[in-house]
Design a binder for this molecule. Structure first.
Ligand code: PMP
Length: 450
């Protein structure tokens, strides 16, 4: 057997040993910990690539979980951000640019009649839910299995499919993500399996009159880009309207990525409230909660509270202004989606040549790869699919200079720079070919063959 690929991670390993004494797990976000020996520390990123402190270079398909839509350290956005520094940061007052960026967003996304800025996706969705509750005077809400809306208590509920038997007539239990979430909040959260119209109608029949909102991520950016069908989201829209529930489409990951108007434009559904974050400023921290004017006007004294010291920070806002201009006025999104298509085609020809059954989900700008004939269409189906071959391949890809998420739930993200750099595709496909071969050689299971 050939020896497995490896990289020199001596400096990252040493950094980990020092960092873990001061930072829990040696990192600032738990998902950045990839094991004591495989947690990497970044020196810098440029375009579609990231360099670690050992000098290893990677074609990066995580892109910070999506924000680097143009590529790391984009000269145009960084120049704008530098100008934003000169404005002075935050003032506990407003600047003119807020309106300019809000107008751009409204032009790109018809549902965004009115706009408020936040700093992170979590904050934006938290504000969206508060707004819905304030507007409706109701407290409970509906989540869709496999969705992720950030790290705040109300959103940290999921269906526990571990140990749940597929095909049984009982639903998986609703459990919190980890500890520290007050269990008393559970009574307010309802959850439904995606793409199941009957179950959706059922939950509205039972709870529609007491729910403030339904939160949906129609492309599940945290569950392999599994997509809701247009019919499903339209049904959700109709049921929300019928029962006076506000539809929140969370586009923190898909927004300004899958299209100028997001997934809502592709599906042709107008939500009451919508959220954006990642791709809007190429990585500078800024987010948006936006929606129907009548609903958004609930943000007022005596209505729903919204604000924060750092909201509409001059650096992030200037970066958003330039990034959104580029996404709106240039073919950047077409470039990165076309790259995604080329990458999928290239991966498929490697897998087809080996007779390995596979499929894709999502959008070419953020796609999931499955080693199964058909991509799952909801979280329960993902959980019962076999992702061990993916895990193995991803592990080798890191050693071979390609960063994808080790967890198969995270899609592969494309950026404009991938499409403009002629070597990203060939470097990636060479690594994929080698990783697949290593995974097959050293895998005790077997990828399903055609
Ligand atoms: N909503 C969605 C759909 C997300 O993907 C995320 C982050 N992955 C969030 C909300 C939370 O965003 P943040 O990490 O910026 O707080």
């Amino acid at each position: 057997m050939r020896p497995l690929p490896s990289r020199n991670l001596a400096k990252s390993n040493a950094q980990f040993r020092r960092a873990v004494k001061k930072l829990p797990l040696g990192v600032s976000s738990t998902f950045r910990y990839w094991g004591d020996d495989r947690t990497i520390y970044v020196s810098h990123g440029k375009g579609g690539r990231t360099w670690d402190i050992d000098g290893n270079v990677y074609v990066d398909y995580r892109l910070g979980y999506g924000p680097a839509i143009l590529g790391y350290a984009d000269d145009r956005v960084d120049a704008a951000a530098r100008k934003g520094i000169e404005v002075g940061g935050v003032f506990a007052l407003s600047t003119e640019r807020e309106l300019i960026v809000a107008e751009r967003i409204s032009k790109m996304v018809p549902a965004a009649e009115l706009v408020r800025f936040s700093n992170s996706g979590t904050e934006a969705v938290m504000a969206a839910l508060r707004l819905a509750r304030a507007h409706t005077g109701r407290d409970s809400y509906l989540l869709v299995e496999g969705g992720y809306h950030g790290l705040f208590d109300a959103a940290m509920w999921m269906s526990n499919v571990d140990g749940w038997e597929a095909g049984s007539n009982r639903d998986p239990d609703l459990v919190s993500y980890g500890k520290g979430i007050p269990q008393t909040l559970k009574a307010l959260a309802h959850i439904t399996p995606m793409n199941n119209a009957e179950r959706l109608e059922d939950v509205f029949r039972k709870h529609g009159n007491t729910m403030a909102a339904m939160l949906i991520e129609p492309i599940q950016g945290n569950c392999c880009s599994i997509m809701a069908s247009a019919d499903y989201v339209r049904l959700a829209r109709d049921l929300c309207t019928k029962y006076g529930v506000l539809l929140i489409i969370d586009e923190v990951k898909s927004g300004f990525r899958v299209g100028r108007g997001g997934i809502q434009e592709i599906l042709g559904v107008i939500p009451d409230i919508t959220t954006f974050a990642k791709a809007m400023a190429n990585g500078y921290p800024i987010a948006v909660v936006a929606g129907r004017e009548e609903v958004m006007r609930t943000f007022r004294y005596g209505g729903a509270s919204h604000g924060g010291t750092y909201t509409a920070h001059s650096v992030s806002l200037a970066a958003a202004d330039e990034c959104l201009r580029i996404l709106d006025e240039t073919p950047a999104l077409e470039t990165l989606a076309a790259y995604g298509e080329r990458l999928k085609t290239g991966i498929s020809s490697i897998l087809d040549a080996r007779g390995i059954v596979h499929s894709y989900s999502g959008h070419p700008s953020m796609f999931g790869l499955f080693f199964a004939e058909k991509a799952p269409d909801n979280y329960r189906a993902w959980k019962s699919s076999d992702y061990s071959f993916y895990d193995r391949m991803a592990y080798h890809l890191h050693d071979l200079g390609v960063i994808c998420e080790p967890d198969s739930r995270e899609p592969w993200f494309m950026c404009e720079a991938h499409g403009l750099d002629t070597t990203c595709l060939t470097d990636t496909l060479n690594a994929v070919e080698a990783a697949v071969d290593f995974a097959q050689e050293h895998f005790d299971g077997q990828a399903k063959r055609a």
